[in-house]
Design a protein around this ligand. Structure first.
Ligand code: SF4
Ligand code: SF4
Length: 699
């Protein structure tokens, strides 16, 4: 602004507006503060959440996921657009504040920009404004013309927010034009007087506007200068105050949402944070029933969802046509918050969230039971919005009200009385190890006071009782035996790990199963635990406390392949093409992606291909544990979709490392009509089959 005082006509326009500009500033700031205070109201009423620990780890996440936009490139077009817009906003922030202050203090220069840095910063921001403007135009065209399918809103979830999105994009474009017009009018006026103080960046939006205004008279330039300023100021404050009413609120909340995001994968939120298990009997109501039962952080999630649709795009339940789309878990709750916490008037209504629309509900029961807790939504979300904890909390609320799906009642009762969902006798739990042909090669001892061991093989229910899955148990035992592990099982003393029981909201039953297992594990005196079931692995690792170190069998095998204790015979049938399916509770929840692949790649003659959706983008098999007993409405089974993905990748053998995946995939192969063309095998079974034992030739 230096030198403008000499341009009397131009500055007079700005000077005349000073009072008006100041009033707009005050009004804008007061309105914004009021709106934000109202938006914070439900958070204050929400449940407590402990998110103030580990500040350095949290700051690291801010740098990676917020400033570094880490997840955005996973969607190339939308991600690139977002990164450009975000970078533009960050660069333009100082310029926007400078322009705002200039309205009331014309000679203001942002500290640090009075010297040489000023022109450099101005050049960079001229281009930034141009890029943001072009991105807005592109984003509007994309929303209106190309309409990526993930933005669509099925009728059952309400109305699309397209108009809102386009309006906000247009406002940002206007802000860029206003900013550029302000700079261009000033530069054009200076240029006409032969004393340009600032050279606008060539081919930038301000530069183009300046070129267009080159022969405009000074009085008109003055009006444009004033208009550009006024438009910038009004649009800026309008945007600031309008954003908290729609999806763009994430601009304000995302930084906080990322900072306070969940740090520990695989874990589940306790029933009530700050209340120990021993004192849970004093908690009057479990889970989320009304909106205020959500924690403040989960409410912040609702505000922070940008409605980008990436979570739903990756959700297997949504893909299979189940009545669940995670994006709308957030959007419906946010709309609920906006409606029931209005800017003026009475707040909250205390009605149950799950139930019919007529009774004030926003979620259906099927919607909440449809989730497999696979974690794909959370893995994909650029803003680190959480879903599993919320869905489990909603289930806890339903269970607390005695609202259990019919098909789950029997397995839950059996788990309570027998410690397994099949209702089979406890004493038969270790029978899988007594098969005669198996005992000739491998003896598995049941651990007790007399029979100790270093390692516990925790089989869990499905491997113990399901005839087909017992083969995984025997293969695992033979591998442990082969590498010289001194191990045993708990046999009748083992109970279901309770992993899925907990994720289905039955916390009390889970605690009973867990406590029984912890006592049995402690009594066995083992130093480590191995399991071939990723659900048991996740439970022992994250849901149990004070139990020895636990490993999945794929980790043990990978290590022993490296150590040389496990060597493989070459595969005889070289025509088969293998693909590895990542079980959600091994991959996404526990980041074990490489060990199973390293093992497969160590088998001579094994040809392996990757499915498009693999590793952290793996597609759930349909869900394990109690999900096997639940029959949701769906267009096509999740497992069938997964099997088709394997076929598309050119594979005819699907290797997995989870007994639940095996159930779903083998079943899906039949349903998809691929019997005879496609098979499934567990990693432990394949390894056991290919291990070069002493009597055999080593590859
Ligand atoms: S939760 Fe995350 S991924 Fe899903 S729509 Fe919202 S911002 Fe996008
Ligand atoms: S956890 Fe999996 S099934 Fe559940 S909402 Fe997320 S993506 Fe969908």
């Amino acid at each position: 602004m230096i030198g403008l005082q000499s341009n009397a006509q131009l500055t007079s326009w700005l000077t005349q507006g000073q009072v008006l500009f100041l009033l707009i500033h005050i009004l804008g700031v007061v309105c914004f503060a009021y709106i934000v205070a109202k938006r914070l109201e439900p958070l204050v009423r929400g449940q407590r959440d402990l998110r103030f620990d580990q500040p350095l780890a949290r700051l690291g996440r801010v740098f990676k996921f917020w400033l570094g936009q880490w997840k955005h490139p996973r969607y190339r077009v939308a991600g690139t657009l977002h990164i450009l817009i975000f970078a533009g906003f960050i660069l333009l922030a100082m310029r926007a504040f400078t322009v705002l202050i200039v309205g009331v203090s014309q000679n203001f220069v942002m500290p640090g920009l009075s010297g040489r840095a000023g022109p450099i910063y101005n050049t960079v921001t001229d281009y930034a404004a141009t890029v943001v403007f072009l991105c807005m135009v592109f984003a509007i065209v994309r929303r209106l013309v190309f309409k990526p399918s993930r933005y669509a809103v099925p009728a059952r979830y309400g109305k699309a927010h397209t108009a809102d999105a386009v309006f906000l994009l247009a406002l940002i474009a206007i802000l860029m034009v206003a900013d550029s017009l302000f700079a261009a009018a000033k530069a054009a006026a200076e240029s006409q007087q032969g004393r340009p103080l600032e050279v606008l960046a060539v081919f930038s939006l301000p530069w183009m506007l300046q070129s267009a205004l080159a022969s405009t008279s000074i009085p008109i330039l003055g009006r444009l200068y004033f208009s550009g300023y006024l438009l910038h100021e009004v649009t800026f404050y309008f945007l600031l105050c309008y954003r908290p009413f729609g999806i763009q609120f994430h601009v304000e909340t995302s930084l906080f949402n990322v900072y306070f995001s969940k740090l520990n994968r695989g874990t589940l939120k306790p029933v009530r944070l700050g209340v120990s298990d021993e004192h849970l009997d004093q908690v009057k109501s479990f889970g989320v029933k009304t909106f205020e039962d959500f924690t403040w952080k989960h409410m912040l999630d609702f505000y922070s969802c940008a409605d980008c649709g990436r979570c739903s795009d990756n959700c297997p339940a949504n893909a299979a046509g189940r009545p669940l789309s995670p994006r709308f878990i957030s959007i419906k709750a946010r709309d609920y918050a906006f409606q029931h916490y209005p800017m003026f008037g009475h707040a909250g209504n205390g009605k149950p969230l799950v139930g019919s629309k007529e009774s004030g509900g926003i979620y259906s029961e099927d919607e909440i039971w449809s989730c497999t807790t696979c974690g794909a939504c959370e893995e994909e979300c650029p803003l680190l919005v959480e879903y599993i904890d919320k869905i489990v909390d909603l289930r806890r609320g339903m269970i607390d009200d005695g609202n259990v799906p019919q098909s789950l009642q029997k397995p839950l009762k059996a788990l309570e009385s027998r410690g397994n969902p099949y209702g089979k006798m406890e004493k038969k739990r270790g029978d899988w190890a007594n098969a005669k042909d198996f005992q000739q090669n491998c003896r598995v001892k049941t651990l007790d006071k007399q029979n100790g061991a270093d390692t516990l093989y925790f089989a869990d229910s499905i491997t113990s009782y399901d005839d087909r899955m017992q083969s995984i148990g025997r293969a695992t035992a033979k591998i442990l035996d082969h590498v010289g592990e001194k191990f045993g099982i708990l046999g009748a003393a083992e109970r279901d790990s309770g992993h899925e029981v907990r994720r289905f909201g039955e916390e009390t039953l889970f605690m009973a199963l867990r406590d029984h297992n912890v006592d049995a594990i402690k009594a066995s005196g083992v130093n480590r635990i191995v399991t071939a079931d990723p659900h048991a692995y996740n439970a022992l690792k994250h849901d149990y406390k004070n139990v020895p170190f636990v490993e999945h069998i794929s980790q043990v095998i990978a290590r022993e392949v490296k150590s040389g204790k496990i060597k493989f015979n070459p595969l005889e049938d070289e025509k088969n093409v293998y693909t590895y399916h990542d079980p959600c509770y091994l991959g996404r929840h526990n980041q074990i992606y490489d060990d199973p692949r390293d093992v497969l790649d160590a088998i001579p003659n094994l040809e392996r291909v990757e499915m498009t959706r693999s590793r952290d983008r793996s597609f759930c098999c349909g869900g394990g544990g109690l999900m096997l007993f639940y029959e949701p409405k769906e267009d096509e089974r999740i497992g069938v979709k997964r099997v088709r993905m394997a076929a598309e990748a050119g594979a005819n053998v699907i290797v997995t490392a989870c007994p639940f995946c095996m159930v779903n995939i083998e079943d899906a192969i039949k349903v998809a009509g691929l019997e005879g063309k496609m098979t499934a095998i567990d990693l432990a079974e394949l390894v056991d089959q290919q291990i070069a034992r002493e009597t055999q030739e080593v590859a």
